[in-house]
Design a protein around this ligand. Sequence first.
Ligand code: MLT
Length: 312
Amino acid sequence: ALSFAGGAQAQGYPTKPITMIVPFAAGGPTDIIARIVADNMSKTLGQQIVIENVAGAGGTTGITRAVTAAPDGYTIAMGHLGTFSAAPATYPGLKYDPINGMQTIGLAGGTPILIVARKNLEAPDLKAFVAAVKANPDKFNEAHAGLGSVSWTTCTLFKGILGTPKINAVAYRGTGPALNDLVSGQVDFMCDQIVSVAEQVRSNTIKAYAIASAERSPALPDVPTTKEAGLPDYQIEAWNGIAGPKGMPKEAVDKLVDALNKALNDEGTKKRLLDLGTVLPTAEERTPAGFAALIKRDADKLTPALSAAPKQ
Ligand code: MLT
């Protein structure tokens, strides 16, 4: 039994380490964002957040594991535009419902999308690349992180604008491993989140044709926007954020929200995120309701295009 002698309170959440599932391979964008914010959140919470990479099925394996875990606050996940907004339209038998069946915590960061290619691909710019892909689609290999992932989703939209050319697609357990193959020239291109490609673009081990945002990124000021590069219709904002199972104690939700917010206000954490091109979330997006609204808005936006898209 608990003793309240002297007004002491029972020790509150968290009393042991928290597992944060990253539904992709280590070294990719979701893993990078998760490790940066979890590092600082652990300090606020006074308990370690342990990252567990559970890859497979475009991230849906790991998210299923996280949101069907006991809702005690000790299992959460870093998901993203793919697993939370695109997966329901991609997987008819999906075992979780991002809109009604999980507890959102908050957005960790916006992750602009870049069309990147192996360094020695001939096309010098986006217009030439688009023309080459349209002329000979079967000569190109696209890397992605599985159906419903951000890379798959955003390249599906890109190819949709080009008239859905039949390009060979190669699925990886995350764009971290895909990036290794892009650097070594085993695959030709991908649509990836800025945080994992920024350093490779800066060091010229791969090339970036364009960023699919309204404005250039301060992290890669030389990369033109899709509008500047001649493909103004290709605009898509990706993001990564934290959620857990529905039914978590309010105390756990409140403390996780507070820890995320403190991490995003911490100068060192902010610098690490901004150097990689992350867009810091607004105050509203850092709340469970604000993040849930973003998931729903993007699901509504993506569902028509993805339901009709070839699943390859
Ligand atoms: C990853 O961490 O590998 C990515 O977020 C994969 C993706 O969704 O493209």
